[in-house]
Design a protein around this ligand. Structure first.
Ligand code: ASP
Ligand code: MG
Length: 420
Protein backbone atom coordinates (compact mmCIF):
# COMPACT_ATOMS: atom_id res chain seq x y z
CA UNK A 1 0.00 0.00 0.00
CA UNK A 2 1.00 3.60 -0.46
CA UNK A 3 0.47 6.85 1.43
CA UNK A 4 -0.23 10.07 -0.47
CA UNK A 5 -0.12 13.44 1.21
CA UNK A 6 -1.75 16.52 -0.27
CA UNK A 7 -0.79 19.88 1.21
CA UNK A 8 -2.90 23.01 1.49
CA UNK A 9 -1.84 24.45 -1.87
CA UNK A 10 -2.89 21.29 -3.74
CA UNK A 11 -6.48 21.63 -2.51
CA UNK A 12 -6.74 25.40 -2.29
CA UNK A 13 -9.69 25.68 -4.68
CA UNK A 14 -12.19 23.51 -6.56
CA UNK A 15 -9.94 23.18 -9.58
CA UNK A 16 -7.08 21.91 -7.45
CA UNK A 17 -9.34 19.32 -5.81
CA UNK A 18 -10.42 18.15 -9.27
CA UNK A 19 -6.79 17.76 -10.27
CA UNK A 20 -6.21 15.74 -7.13
CA UNK A 21 -9.04 13.42 -8.24
CA UNK A 22 -7.21 12.96 -11.53
CA UNK A 23 -4.03 11.94 -9.77
CA UNK A 24 -5.95 9.42 -7.65
CA UNK A 25 -7.59 7.87 -10.69
CA UNK A 26 -4.15 6.88 -11.94
CA UNK A 27 -3.20 5.00 -8.77
CA UNK A 28 -4.52 1.47 -8.39
CA UNK A 29 -2.75 0.44 -5.18
CA UNK A 30 -4.47 0.39 -1.81
CA UNK A 31 -4.01 3.93 -0.60
CA UNK A 32 -4.22 6.15 2.46
CA UNK A 33 -4.53 9.85 1.68
CA UNK A 34 -3.48 12.41 4.24
CA UNK A 35 -4.76 15.92 3.67
CA UNK A 36 -3.92 19.34 5.10
CA UNK A 37 -6.31 22.22 5.57
CA UNK A 38 -7.28 24.03 2.37
CA UNK A 39 -5.02 26.87 1.23
CA UNK A 40 -4.18 29.21 4.08
CA UNK A 41 -6.96 28.00 6.39
CA UNK A 42 -4.63 27.14 9.28
CA UNK A 43 -3.26 30.69 9.32
CA UNK A 44 -6.79 32.04 9.29
CA UNK A 45 -7.86 29.75 12.15
CA UNK A 46 -4.80 30.89 14.10
CA UNK A 47 -6.10 34.42 13.70
CA UNK A 48 -9.49 33.35 15.03
CA UNK A 49 -7.80 31.92 18.12
CA UNK A 50 -5.60 34.98 18.64
CA UNK A 51 -8.50 37.44 18.52
CA UNK A 52 -10.79 35.22 20.59
CA UNK A 53 -8.18 34.71 23.30
CA UNK A 54 -7.52 38.43 23.50
CA UNK A 55 -11.22 39.13 23.90
CA UNK A 56 -11.81 40.52 20.40
CA UNK A 57 -14.88 38.39 19.74
CA UNK A 58 -16.37 40.31 16.77
CA UNK A 59 -13.03 40.14 15.01
CA UNK A 60 -12.74 36.40 15.60
CA UNK A 61 -16.29 35.87 14.32
CA UNK A 62 -15.52 37.89 11.19
CA UNK A 63 -12.47 35.79 10.39
CA UNK A 64 -14.45 32.62 11.07
CA UNK A 65 -17.16 33.81 8.69
CA UNK A 66 -14.66 34.30 5.88
CA UNK A 67 -13.31 30.80 6.48
CA UNK A 68 -16.86 29.45 6.27
CA UNK A 69 -17.52 31.28 3.02
CA UNK A 70 -14.28 30.01 1.54
CA UNK A 71 -15.13 26.38 2.31
CA UNK A 72 -18.78 26.65 1.32
CA UNK A 73 -17.78 28.12 -2.01
CA UNK A 74 -15.35 25.31 -2.78
CA UNK A 75 -17.92 22.73 -1.68
CA UNK A 76 -20.57 24.36 -3.92
CA UNK A 77 -18.29 24.32 -6.93
CA UNK A 78 -17.56 20.65 -6.38
CA UNK A 79 -21.06 19.46 -5.50
CA UNK A 80 -23.90 19.71 -7.99
CA UNK A 81 -26.65 18.82 -5.49
CA UNK A 82 -27.23 21.84 -3.28
CA UNK A 83 -29.10 19.65 -0.78
CA UNK A 84 -26.13 17.36 -0.28
CA UNK A 85 -25.57 16.45 3.37
CA UNK A 86 -22.09 17.94 3.04
CA UNK A 87 -23.47 21.47 3.38
CA UNK A 88 -25.22 20.57 6.62
CA UNK A 89 -22.01 19.08 7.96
CA UNK A 90 -20.04 22.22 7.11
CA UNK A 91 -22.68 24.47 8.67
CA UNK A 92 -22.72 22.35 11.84
CA UNK A 93 -19.00 22.68 12.26
CA UNK A 94 -19.15 26.46 11.95
CA UNK A 95 -22.17 26.71 14.25
CA UNK A 96 -20.19 24.76 16.86
CA UNK A 97 -17.20 27.05 16.45
CA UNK A 98 -19.36 30.17 16.69
CA UNK A 99 -20.88 28.93 19.94
CA UNK A 100 -17.41 28.32 21.24
CA UNK A 101 -16.39 31.90 20.46
CA UNK A 102 -19.39 33.19 22.42
CA UNK A 103 -18.16 31.64 25.64
CA UNK A 104 -15.43 33.18 27.79
CA UNK A 105 -11.92 32.33 26.61
CA UNK A 106 -10.37 29.54 28.70
CA UNK A 107 -7.01 29.83 30.44
CA UNK A 108 -4.83 27.68 28.25
CA UNK A 109 -3.98 29.28 24.91
CA UNK A 110 -2.32 26.21 23.44
CA UNK A 111 -5.13 23.83 24.40
CA UNK A 112 -7.76 26.14 22.95
CA UNK A 113 -5.64 26.64 19.84
CA UNK A 114 -5.80 22.91 19.12
CA UNK A 115 -9.55 22.69 19.74
CA UNK A 116 -10.15 25.37 17.10
CA UNK A 117 -7.32 25.03 14.57
CA UNK A 118 -7.84 21.27 14.13
CA UNK A 119 -11.15 21.91 12.33
CA UNK A 120 -9.32 23.07 9.20
CA UNK A 121 -8.29 19.52 8.40
CA UNK A 122 -11.69 18.04 9.30
CA UNK A 123 -13.35 20.45 6.87
CA UNK A 124 -10.93 19.82 4.01
CA UNK A 125 -11.15 16.04 4.31
CA UNK A 126 -14.97 16.07 4.50
CA UNK A 127 -15.20 18.14 1.33
CA UNK A 128 -12.60 16.10 -0.55
CA UNK A 129 -14.01 12.76 0.57
CA UNK A 130 -17.53 13.73 -0.52
CA UNK A 131 -16.33 15.01 -3.83
CA UNK A 132 -14.30 11.89 -4.57
CA UNK A 133 -17.18 9.57 -3.67
CA UNK A 134 -19.42 11.50 -6.07
CA UNK A 135 -16.78 11.21 -8.75
CA UNK A 136 -16.74 7.44 -8.29
CA UNK A 137 -13.48 7.34 -6.38
CA UNK A 138 -14.99 5.46 -3.48
CA UNK A 139 -13.28 6.15 -0.20
CA UNK A 140 -13.67 5.82 3.51
CA UNK A 141 -13.28 8.98 5.64
CA UNK A 142 -11.40 8.47 8.89
CA UNK A 143 -11.19 10.87 11.82
CA UNK A 144 -7.46 11.06 12.63
CA UNK A 145 -8.35 12.00 16.20
CA UNK A 146 -9.66 8.47 16.65
CA UNK A 147 -6.50 6.77 15.46
CA UNK A 148 -3.58 9.01 16.37
CA UNK A 149 -3.24 9.44 20.11
CA UNK A 150 -0.82 11.98 21.51
CA UNK A 151 0.23 13.34 24.87
CA UNK A 152 -1.34 16.61 25.99
CA UNK A 153 1.54 18.76 24.82
CA UNK A 154 -0.86 20.97 22.87
CA UNK A 155 0.40 22.45 19.57
CA UNK A 156 3.30 19.97 19.53
CA UNK A 157 1.55 16.72 20.41
CA UNK A 158 3.84 13.69 20.64
CA UNK A 159 2.49 10.46 19.19
CA UNK A 160 1.82 7.54 21.51
CA UNK A 161 3.07 4.86 19.13
CA UNK A 162 1.65 1.83 20.96
CA UNK A 163 -1.92 2.99 21.26
CA UNK A 164 -1.89 4.66 17.84
CA UNK A 165 -0.54 1.55 16.11
CA UNK A 166 -3.34 -0.56 17.51
CA UNK A 167 -6.00 1.97 16.55
CA UNK A 168 -4.60 2.60 13.06
CA UNK A 169 -4.36 -1.09 12.22
CA UNK A 170 -7.89 -1.65 13.56
CA UNK A 171 -9.44 1.16 11.50
CA UNK A 172 -7.43 1.13 8.29
CA UNK A 173 -8.40 -2.29 7.09
CA UNK A 174 -7.88 -2.78 3.36
CA UNK A 175 -10.35 -5.62 3.23
CA UNK A 176 -13.06 -3.03 3.85
CA UNK A 177 -11.92 -0.33 1.43
CA UNK A 178 -8.93 0.29 -0.76
CA UNK A 179 -8.93 4.04 -0.23
CA UNK A 180 -8.91 5.84 3.10
CA UNK A 181 -8.88 9.59 3.59
CA UNK A 182 -7.74 11.18 6.80
CA UNK A 183 -6.40 14.45 8.19
CA UNK A 184 -2.80 15.41 8.57
CA UNK A 185 -1.56 17.48 11.50
CA UNK A 186 -4.17 16.43 14.08
CA UNK A 187 -4.67 13.79 16.73
CA UNK A 188 -6.18 13.65 20.19
CA UNK A 189 -5.32 12.92 23.79
CA UNK A 190 -6.57 9.81 25.54
CA UNK A 191 -9.31 12.09 26.93
CA UNK A 192 -10.31 12.94 23.36
CA UNK A 193 -9.18 16.55 23.38
CA UNK A 194 -7.92 17.50 19.94
CA UNK A 195 -4.20 18.07 19.54
CA UNK A 196 -2.01 19.29 16.70
CA UNK A 197 1.44 18.03 15.81
CA UNK A 198 3.19 21.33 15.02
CA UNK A 199 2.74 23.64 12.03
CA UNK A 200 3.13 21.95 8.67
CA UNK A 201 2.81 18.64 10.50
CA UNK A 202 0.74 16.80 7.88
CA UNK A 203 3.85 15.32 6.30
CA UNK A 204 4.67 13.83 9.65
CA UNK A 205 1.20 12.25 9.88
CA UNK A 206 1.81 10.64 6.49
CA UNK A 207 5.12 9.23 7.74
CA UNK A 208 3.58 7.94 10.98
CA UNK A 209 0.82 6.11 9.12
CA UNK A 210 3.30 4.74 6.58
CA UNK A 211 5.44 3.43 9.40
CA UNK A 212 2.56 1.76 11.22
CA UNK A 213 1.05 0.29 8.05
CA UNK A 214 4.41 -0.75 6.53
CA UNK A 215 3.74 1.28 3.39
CA UNK A 216 5.73 0.68 0.22
CA UNK A 217 6.21 4.42 -0.22
CA UNK A 218 4.99 7.87 0.71
CA UNK A 219 4.33 10.52 -1.93
CA UNK A 220 4.02 14.14 -0.95
CA UNK A 221 2.24 16.08 -3.72
CA UNK A 222 3.34 19.69 -3.90
CA UNK A 223 3.04 22.80 -6.00
CA UNK A 224 6.79 22.63 -6.72
CA UNK A 225 8.62 20.12 -8.96
CA UNK A 226 10.39 18.41 -6.05
CA UNK A 227 13.04 19.37 -3.52
CA UNK A 228 15.09 22.20 -4.97
CA UNK A 229 18.59 23.24 -3.94
CA UNK A 230 17.30 26.70 -3.04
CA UNK A 231 14.03 28.56 -2.66
CA UNK A 232 13.09 30.15 -6.02
CA UNK A 233 11.91 33.13 -3.98
CA UNK A 234 15.56 34.08 -3.37
CA UNK A 235 17.36 32.44 -6.31
CA UNK A 236 16.86 32.89 -10.05
CA UNK A 237 18.29 29.54 -10.98
CA UNK A 238 17.47 26.57 -8.83
CA UNK A 239 18.16 22.89 -9.45
CA UNK A 240 15.88 19.99 -8.56
CA UNK A 241 17.60 17.40 -6.40
CA UNK A 242 16.87 14.01 -7.95
CA UNK A 243 17.80 11.77 -5.04
CA UNK A 244 18.49 12.70 -1.45
CA UNK A 245 19.67 10.36 1.29
CA UNK A 246 17.62 10.20 4.50
CA UNK A 247 20.51 11.79 6.33
CA UNK A 248 20.76 14.73 3.94
CA UNK A 249 17.00 15.14 4.05
CA UNK A 250 17.02 15.27 7.84
CA UNK A 251 19.82 17.83 7.80
CA UNK A 252 18.28 19.96 5.05
CA UNK A 253 14.84 20.03 6.65
CA UNK A 254 16.32 20.65 10.07
CA UNK A 255 18.06 23.75 8.74
CA UNK A 256 14.84 24.93 7.18
CA UNK A 257 14.29 23.50 3.69
CA UNK A 258 10.57 24.00 3.84
CA UNK A 259 9.45 21.35 1.35
CA UNK A 260 8.93 18.68 4.00
CA UNK A 261 8.52 18.77 7.73
CA UNK A 262 11.75 17.77 9.54
CA UNK A 263 10.06 15.14 11.73
CA UNK A 264 8.89 13.25 8.63
CA UNK A 265 12.11 11.50 7.74
CA UNK A 266 12.90 9.54 10.88
CA UNK A 267 9.95 7.09 10.87
CA UNK A 268 10.50 6.47 7.16
CA UNK A 269 14.21 5.88 7.55
CA UNK A 270 13.56 3.39 10.33
CA UNK A 271 11.62 1.20 7.94
CA UNK A 272 13.43 2.16 4.75
CA UNK A 273 10.28 3.55 3.18
CA UNK A 274 11.08 5.86 0.25
CA UNK A 275 9.56 9.33 0.18
CA UNK A 276 8.69 10.87 -3.17
CA UNK A 277 8.15 14.60 -3.48
CA UNK A 278 6.22 15.22 -6.68
CA UNK A 279 4.54 18.03 -8.55
CA UNK A 280 0.75 17.78 -8.60
CA UNK A 281 0.76 20.01 -11.67
CA UNK A 282 3.06 17.61 -13.57
CA UNK A 283 2.47 14.20 -12.00
CA UNK A 284 4.52 12.44 -14.67
CA UNK A 285 7.68 14.35 -13.80
CA UNK A 286 10.07 12.36 -11.61
CA UNK A 287 10.25 14.79 -8.66
CA UNK A 288 12.64 13.94 -5.86
CA UNK A 289 13.12 10.66 -4.07
CA UNK A 290 14.41 10.54 -0.52
CA UNK A 291 15.78 7.17 0.43
CA UNK A 292 18.82 5.02 1.04
CA UNK A 293 21.83 6.57 2.70
CA UNK A 294 24.35 5.68 0.03
CA UNK A 295 23.42 8.42 -2.41
CA UNK A 296 26.26 10.62 -3.57
CA UNK A 297 27.19 14.04 -2.21
CA UNK A 298 24.72 16.70 -3.28
CA UNK A 299 25.34 19.95 -5.08
CA UNK A 300 25.29 22.96 -2.71
CA UNK A 301 21.88 23.64 -1.20
CA UNK A 302 20.91 27.02 0.19
CA UNK A 303 18.48 27.72 2.97
CA UNK A 304 17.54 31.29 3.82
CA UNK A 305 15.68 32.18 6.99
CA UNK A 306 14.53 35.75 7.09
CA UNK A 307 13.42 37.89 10.02
CA UNK A 308 15.89 36.44 12.48
CA UNK A 309 16.83 37.80 15.88
CA UNK A 310 20.29 37.37 17.36
CA UNK A 311 20.23 37.31 21.16
CA UNK A 312 23.55 38.03 22.82
CA UNK A 313 23.79 36.83 26.41
CA UNK A 314 26.66 37.40 28.83
CA UNK A 315 27.01 37.06 32.60
CA UNK A 316 27.22 40.49 34.26
CA UNK A 317 30.38 39.57 36.18
CA UNK A 318 32.12 38.18 33.09
CA UNK A 319 32.12 34.72 34.60
CA UNK A 320 32.61 31.92 32.12
CA UNK A 321 29.74 30.48 30.14
CA UNK A 322 29.84 27.12 31.85
CA UNK A 323 27.37 24.34 32.58
CA UNK A 324 25.37 26.21 35.24
CA UNK A 325 24.83 29.20 32.97
CA UNK A 326 23.95 26.98 30.05
CA UNK A 327 21.41 25.16 32.16
CA UNK A 328 19.63 28.41 32.98
CA UNK A 329 19.75 29.54 29.36
CA UNK A 330 18.44 26.28 27.88
CA UNK A 331 15.73 25.92 30.50
CA UNK A 332 14.54 29.36 29.63
CA UNK A 333 14.34 28.72 25.86
CA UNK A 334 12.73 25.31 26.37
CA UNK A 335 10.33 26.62 29.00
CA UNK A 336 8.91 29.24 26.64
CA UNK A 337 9.07 26.96 23.59
CA UNK A 338 11.38 29.30 21.67
CA UNK A 339 13.23 27.23 19.09
CA UNK A 340 16.92 27.86 18.61
CA UNK A 341 18.09 28.04 14.99
CA UNK A 342 21.77 28.41 15.81
CA UNK A 343 23.87 28.93 18.91
CA UNK A 344 27.48 29.74 19.60
CA UNK A 345 29.43 30.46 22.73
CA UNK A 346 32.68 32.16 23.59
CA UNK A 347 34.33 32.22 27.01
CA UNK A 348 32.02 34.88 28.40
CA UNK A 349 29.11 35.14 26.02
CA UNK A 350 26.44 33.06 24.35
CA UNK A 351 24.72 33.94 21.08
CA UNK A 352 21.42 32.48 19.97
CA UNK A 353 19.67 33.02 16.64
CA UNK A 354 15.88 32.55 16.63
CA UNK A 355 12.87 33.35 14.45
CA UNK A 356 11.28 36.67 15.32
CA UNK A 357 8.52 35.07 17.40
CA UNK A 358 7.03 37.96 19.33
CA UNK A 359 4.70 35.69 21.30
CA UNK A 360 7.76 34.18 22.99
CA UNK A 361 10.87 36.40 22.67
CA UNK A 362 9.87 39.15 25.15
CA UNK A 363 9.22 36.58 27.93
CA UNK A 364 12.48 34.78 27.22
CA UNK A 365 14.48 38.01 27.34
CA UNK A 366 12.77 39.12 30.55
CA UNK A 367 13.60 35.81 32.17
CA UNK A 368 17.21 35.84 30.95
CA UNK A 369 17.70 39.37 32.24
CA UNK A 370 17.25 38.07 35.78
CA UNK A 371 20.65 36.39 35.40
CA UNK A 372 22.48 37.96 32.46
CA UNK A 373 23.07 41.05 30.42
CA UNK A 374 21.10 40.59 27.23
CA UNK A 375 21.28 42.44 23.90
CA UNK A 376 19.44 41.56 20.77
CA UNK A 377 19.50 42.56 17.11
CA UNK A 378 16.43 42.28 14.88
CA UNK A 379 16.03 42.11 11.13
CA UNK A 380 18.75 39.58 10.37
CA UNK A 381 19.00 36.62 8.01
CA UNK A 382 20.30 33.15 8.68
CA UNK A 383 21.92 31.59 5.63
CA UNK A 384 22.73 27.90 5.63
CA UNK A 385 24.67 26.19 2.85
CA UNK A 386 24.98 22.43 2.88
CA UNK A 387 27.88 21.13 0.80
CA UNK A 388 29.29 24.64 0.53
CA UNK A 389 32.35 25.81 -1.33
CA UNK A 390 34.06 29.20 -1.43
CA UNK A 391 32.26 30.31 -4.50
CA UNK A 392 28.84 29.67 -2.96
CA UNK A 393 29.78 31.52 0.22
CA UNK A 394 31.02 34.55 -1.72
CA UNK A 395 27.88 34.48 -3.77
CA UNK A 396 25.49 34.79 -0.82
CA UNK A 397 27.57 37.35 1.05
CA UNK A 398 27.33 40.07 -1.58
CA UNK A 399 26.02 43.19 0.13
CA UNK A 400 25.74 41.52 3.55
CA UNK A 401 27.38 42.27 6.83
CA UNK A 402 28.51 38.97 8.37
CA UNK A 403 27.81 38.87 12.11
CA UNK A 404 28.43 35.24 13.00
CA UNK A 405 29.65 32.09 11.25
CA UNK A 406 29.56 28.46 12.20
CA UNK A 407 30.85 25.66 10.03
CA UNK A 408 31.28 21.91 9.94
CA UNK A 409 32.76 19.89 7.11
CA UNK A 410 29.48 19.79 5.25
CA UNK A 411 27.50 22.79 6.42
CA UNK A 412 28.11 26.48 6.95
CA UNK A 413 25.69 28.80 8.72
CA UNK A 414 25.96 32.57 8.69
CA UNK A 415 23.96 35.22 10.46
CA UNK A 416 24.01 38.33 8.30
CA UNK A 417 22.53 41.77 8.03
CA UNK A 418 21.38 42.84 4.62
CA UNK A 419 23.04 46.11 3.63
CA UNK A 420 20.29 46.93 1.20
N1 ASP B 1 -2.54 22.75 7.96
C1 ASP B 1 -1.40 22.64 8.83
C2 ASP B 1 -0.51 23.83 8.64
O1 ASP B 1 -0.72 24.62 7.73
C3 ASP B 1 -0.65 21.37 8.66
C4 ASP B 1 0.03 21.21 7.32
O2 ASP B 1 -0.30 21.92 6.37
O3 ASP B 1 0.90 20.37 7.21
O4 ASP B 1 0.40 24.01 9.40
MG1 MG C 1 -0.94 23.75 5.50
Amino acid sequence: MQVFKFGGATIKDAQAVERMGMILERCHDPLVIVISAMGKTTNALEKVVASYMSGKIPESLDTLKSIQEYHTEIASELTADKNDVLFGEIDNIFAGLQNRLHTLPPASYNEEYDQIVSWGEILSTLIVSHYLNHRGIINQWIDARQILKTDSNFREGRIDWDISSRLVIGKIDFTRSSLFITQGFIGSTVNNLSTTLGREGSDYTAAVLAYILNADSVTVWKDVPGVLNADPKWFDSTVRLEKISYLDAIELTYYGTSVIHPKTIQPLKNKNIPLYVKSFLNPDEPGTVIGRDDYERLIPSFIFKMDQVLIHIHPPDYSFIAEENLEIIFNCFAGYGLKINLMQNSAVSFDVCVNNDQSRIPSVIKELEKHFRVRFTNGLELITIRYYDHETIDRVLVNKDLLLTQRTKTTIQMVVKDLG
